[in-house]
Design a protein around this ligand. Sequence first.
Ligand code: BGC
Ligand code: NOJ
Length: 841
Amino acid sequence: MQILFAFFNSSKYNEYVSEIVFVDTYGHLLGGKPMKYGYFDDKNREYVITVPGTPLPWINYLGRNDMYGLISNTAGGYTFYKDAKLRRLTRFRYNNVPRDFGGRYYYIKDGNTIWNPSYMPCQTELDSYTCRHGLGYSIFESSKNEISSSLLCFIPLNDNVEIHKLVLKNNSSKLKTINIYGTTEWCLYNAVDDSSNFQRNYNIGEVEIDKNTIYHITEYRERRNHFSFFNVNRDIDGFDSDLDTFVGKMNSWTNPEAVLKGTSFSSKASGWSPIAAFRNDVKLQPGEEITLIYLLGYSENDKEDKYLADGSINKKKAVALIEKYSTLESVNQALADLAQQWKKDLSTYQISSPNKKFDRMINIWNQYQCMTTYNLSRSASYFESGMGRGMGFRDSCQDILGFVHIIPEKARERIIDIASIQFEDGSTYHQYQPLNKKGNADVGSGFNDDPLWLVACTSAYIKETGDLSILNEQVPFNNILGSEVPLFEHLTRSVNYISENRGPHGLPLIGRADWNDCLNLNCFSLSPGESFQTASNYDSHKAESVFIAGMFVLYGKEYCELAKLMNKEKEVREISRAINEIEKSVIKNGWDGKWYLRAYDAFENKVGSKENEEGKIFIEPQGMCAMAGIGESFEMPKQAIESLEKYLLCDYGVQLLTPCYSKYHIELGEITTYPPGYKENGSVFCHTNPWIVIAETLVGNNEKAFEIYKKYTPSFIENISNIHRSEPYVYCQTIAGKEAQNYGEGKNSWLTGTASWSFVAASQSILGIQPTYDGLIINPHLLKEFDKVKVVRTFRGVVYTINILNKYSGIYKMIVDGVESKDKFIKYDNKKTTVDVEIRL
Ligand code: BGC
Ligand code: NOJ
């Protein structure tokens, strides 16, 4: 086995960084020290990063309503309003070296030393550095040559403004005369055009400059009724608004000429690249401190009200916003309000267990990630460019599963939005753009699992809230006015679509793909670069998915429950019959002897079978069919889970498949384009792992459930951040599998269905608190060492304090408000405000 030698600079920033690490070709540590690059500060609900040079940019999100920012541990990233593609406010440079380039860049020129509070872009070595990523804010604290700086970035709850509060202090015994530069680089709103259509872009850029505010008004003269602005809350000593002038010939953001010279050129952008760069010349006495507040804002005017009589833009709303946040008190208040809101949101589900790594995921980071995936779906991260995907249908539906308990009213709204892109036949657009909420025709439809996820999230919403009225909500098809029918009818069309589209083995047709976007059984692609998700060249009407069959059984039953509540007897009868048939088809044609098959391809060949040379066993049908309990009387779920443990379990969770595909299979599609061990071709595709955690609890393997949970859950692998490389506080989409060169490396962090499903697995299966249509089932599946666990769960406004005493006796006992219960169920009682529950196990 080859030994790689990796050298990491021993750094003064971080006591945790060791010098030399030996890894084998799979990235396994050999002798060297595992490493981390920071630590959890649970009390403040922060992750504190102690080196600027994390293995990858470790990011955070600002904003929770309309305006959002991505922010890395060196203040990189960008800001947008609602839609990262159509209304991008600031520019980010993709594929850059270093990878993370473009952001909130502040410069301090202190004599001949130029440095940045967040280390980038000058990369001047700092005397100290930390980045604290918290809930909706990030703080960079650093120092250089006896000046300390603190840069706080956040977006307040209800205003479209990103606030950067910069505090500088002279800790020396001498007077310090410094120049401070605060900068931003505008994106010309449409992020795709901005990075491609230069023949136009380089002509359209416009700004209006008004003392300490620069307004970015590109395209405002024509069809845009919005602009953005950058402001600093004190008189300035100089400015620039043209990038090339500010940085100078052959220079860049790392060494702008203006900053090198300690001056500004008063440039007014016209075309090219508009920026805002303010200069403040400051004298700081020993011990003296200065605070500057910078605002990056977004403002919209009515069409008729865009200009003033003198031809300048109407800045009334923008100026009001600037005034609102120009004082320290108002900024501090906005930060406090944000913290308060987060506290309230997270209080719905709080635990205290013997394991602090578990607690910090449940109490803080997993829920935080669920909120972020709910807000942004898969649109904007350091792996999703914000220019491609809008909101995914199946993604958003699944995001609701882990978010619905936090703000159910928002989930309700989202369900209606999602259902509105469904077609009359029950199939649906796969994505929509958040700005206009219309189905995205470029990506199209035909992902046959999609409709069933609508049933999944609607039932989760109703279980959480008891709000059956959503089923009567009038919802259009394809957003066409006049086509509205009750939401329940949308669900009916969803299940009917699956039931009516079955293939030769009685299993649901897969269409373009099911959950696994890369299993493209009806697309035979030979052209380089062609998208497997949109190319349509052969619809066999034969390729079938065992995974969708599992989903149909699981969520079809949910549908029937809802139909019963709605007194829809005919529907219950029909769908129950279809469930029965599909279950039988799986038992007969979807079982491979020791595990569930994955699919049948367009030629009716098996996929995911012992008969295949590669891709013999896949995770998805094992998880889904086991959760649906298919073939329980033949112990199929149990057997499938055993097989999966034998073949797919690795150091970082359960791989998607094995053996990985080594060659391109035209009949299977994109899945075989990835090198072995990456993405859909056999990584630990984390999204699927919680299904196995749930399935393990269903077959009674509590120990195994937690063992798997720990393998892919970031707080548990923080110590090997040098191998995992991704943020230790949020889930990744994938961790490279054991057949990959970089075994254990996490990728595509933040925006992944892993967040929701992990929360569901932990909160509903491991901790076992399951909302039902009329109450809570409490059925924990705990490890022996979890001897005492306390959960405080707010459910429909009632606070349930649940104390679990786990003696591992095998006997279950529940006492509710002093009265022993006969079963594991607590009926919801709206007359109560609190309920005390004691569980003995
Ligand atoms: C990725 C999938 C993703 C799909 C749709 C593929 O390249 O591997 O994970 O779902 O693109 O964007
Ligand atoms: C990521 C996509 O966002 C999701 O919808 C899909 O299920 C997985 N990739 C698996 O392909």
